[in-house]
Design a protein around this ligand. Structure first.
Ligand SMILES: NC(=O)c1ccc[n+]([C@@H]2O[C@H](COP(=O)([O-])OP(=O)(O)OC[C@H]3O[C@@H](n4cnc5c(N)ncnc54)[C@H](O)[C@@H]3O)[C@@H](O)[C@H]2O)c1
Ligand SMILES: O=C(O)C[C@H](O)C(=O)O
Length: 309
C-alpha cells in the first residue's frame, strides 16, 4: 500500500519535472566560483528553463556545484576543475562568462583590461572550438572591450555569429528601473527604461523619455538620475571598499538575461527587447550607439525573436 502510494507520488513528481524541463538546455557558467558566479549559479539552478548546469572555474567550482546541486529543482549540476574546460562546455547552448577580476575603488573598468582580456579571449577560443553554436553572454569587464574580443576570437576560429554574442549590460536596465522608481515613488515594474549604448559611464544611455514616469523627470532631478544610472557601479565599488564590485545585483541581472534568452530560444515572443541585447561594441569610440549595436548583430538577434521594432 505504502509502496503504491509512494510510486504514484514519485511518478507525479517526475511528470512535473519533465514538463518543466521538456526542452533540454545546458547552461555553462565560466567563473562560477566567484562573487557573481556563485549567486548566478544559484539563480540558474532555480530557473525551470535550465535542465543542466555546468559550473567551471580555475578554483572552487566543484564545491559550488556540490552545494547548489542540493537545491530541489529538476536540473542536474556538475562542477569542473581548471583542466576540464572542454568537458564543461560540451553541448552547452548558453555560456555565461563572469570570469575575471573586478574593480577596486579608484579604478575604471578599463583598468581591468590587461588581466581580463586574455582570460576572456582564451575562454572564447574554447567555446568556439567545443561549442561553436553556443550563445555567449559576456559579463567580464570592461564589457565594451571584452565583447569585441569574443567576436574577434570567434571570427579567427571561423565560427563568428554576431547573433549569438551578448554583452550583458542588463544591470544598467535594472538600475534604471529601480532608480526611476525611487525618484518618482513608483514600483520599478512600472518604471522600466530602455538603456542603450555600452557599459561604462557616459556610454550608458538611459532613454528616460520612453517611460511615462521618466518623461516627467526634468532639470536637476533628470541630470542626477542619469548620472546615478551611468555611475551606479561606482556606488557599489565604493561601498564594498576594496572587496570588489556588484555581485548580487549582477547575478540577478545575469539570471534575468539568461531566462529571457532561453524564453526567446524556446519560441516565446516579445521577451527580448533591444535593451536586453544591446552591446557596447565601439561605444567607447563615439560610434553611434544604435548603428554599433546593429553592426554587432544584437539587433539581428532581436529580429530573430520577433521583437525588433
Ligand atoms: N557586466 C556587468 O554589468 C558587470 C557587473 C559586475 C561585475 N562585472 C565584472 O564581472 C567580473 C567578475 O566579477 P566578480 O565580482 O565575480 O569577481 P570575482 O573575483 O569574485 O570572481 C571572478 C572569478 O573568475 C575566476 N576566474 C579567473 N580566471 C578564470 C579563468 N581563466 N577561467 C575561469 N574562471 C576564472 C576566478 O577564479 C573567480 O572565481 C569582473 O570583471 C567584473 O568587473 C560585470
Ligand atoms: O562597476 C563595476 O566595475 C562593475 C559593474 O560593471 C557594475 O556596473 O556594477
Amino acid at each position: 500500500m505504502f509502496t503504491r502510494t509512494a510510486t504514484r507520488l514519485l511518478s507525479t513528481q517526475s511528470r512535473a519535472f519533465s514538463t518543466s524541463s521538456a526542452r533540454q538546455t545546458k547552461v555553462a557558467v565560466l567563473g562560477a566560483g566567484g562573487g557573481i558566479g556563485q549567486p548566478l549559479s544559484l539563480l540558474l539552478k532555480i530557473d525551470p528553463l535550465v535542465s543542466s548546469l555546468s559550473l567551471y572555474d580555475i578554483r572552487g567550482a566543484p564545491g559550488v556545484a556540490a552545494d547548489v546541486s542540493h537545491i530541489d529543482t529538476g536540473s542536474s549540476v556538475k562542477g569542473y576543475t581548471a583542466d576540464q574546460l572542454d568537458e564543461a562546455l560540451e553541448g552547452a547552448e548558453v555560456v555565461v562568462i563572469p570570469a575575471g577580476v573586478p574593480r577596486k575603488p579608484g579604478m575604471t573598468r578599463d583598468d581591468l583590461f590587461n588581466t581580463n582580456a586574455s582570460i576572456v579571449r582564451d575562454l572564447a577560443a574554447s567555446v568556439g572550438r567545443v561549442a561553436p553554436e553556443a550563445n555567449i553572454l559576456v559579463i567580464s569587464n570592461p564589457v565594451n572591450s571584452t565583447v569585441p574580443i569574443v567576436a574577434k576570437t570567434l571570427e579567427k576560429a571561423g565560427v563568428f555569429d554576431p547573433r549569438r554574442i551578448f554583452g550583458v549590460t542588463t544591470l544598467d536596465v535594472v538600475r534604471a528601473a529601480r532608480f526611476l522608481g525611487e525618484v518618482t515613488g513608483n514600483d520599478p515594474k512600472y518604471t522600466v527604461v530602455p538603456v542603450v549604448g555600452g557599459h561604462s559611464g557616459a556610454t550608458i544611455v538611459p532613454l528616460l523619455s520612453q517611460n511615462a514616469f521618466g518623461k516627467g523627470v526634468s532639470g536637476d532631478d533628470y541630470a542626477k538620475l542619469v548620472y546615478r544610472i551611468q555611475f551606479g557601479g561606482d556606488e557599489v565599488v565604493k561601498a564594498k571598499d576594496g572587496a570588489g564590485s556588484a555581485t548580487l545585483s549582477m547575478a540577478y541581472a545575469g539570471a534575468k538575461f539568461t531566462n529571457a534568452l532561453l524564453r526567446g530560444l524556446s519560441g516565446e515572443k516579445g521577451v527580448i527587447t533591444p535593451t536586453f541585447v544591446k552591446s557596447g561594441l565601439f561605444a567607447d569610440k563615439g560610434v553611434d550607439f544604435f548603428s554599433s549595436s546593429v553592426e554587432l548583430g544584437v539587433c539581428a538577434c532581436s529580429v530573430r525573436f520577433g521583437v525588433c521594432r
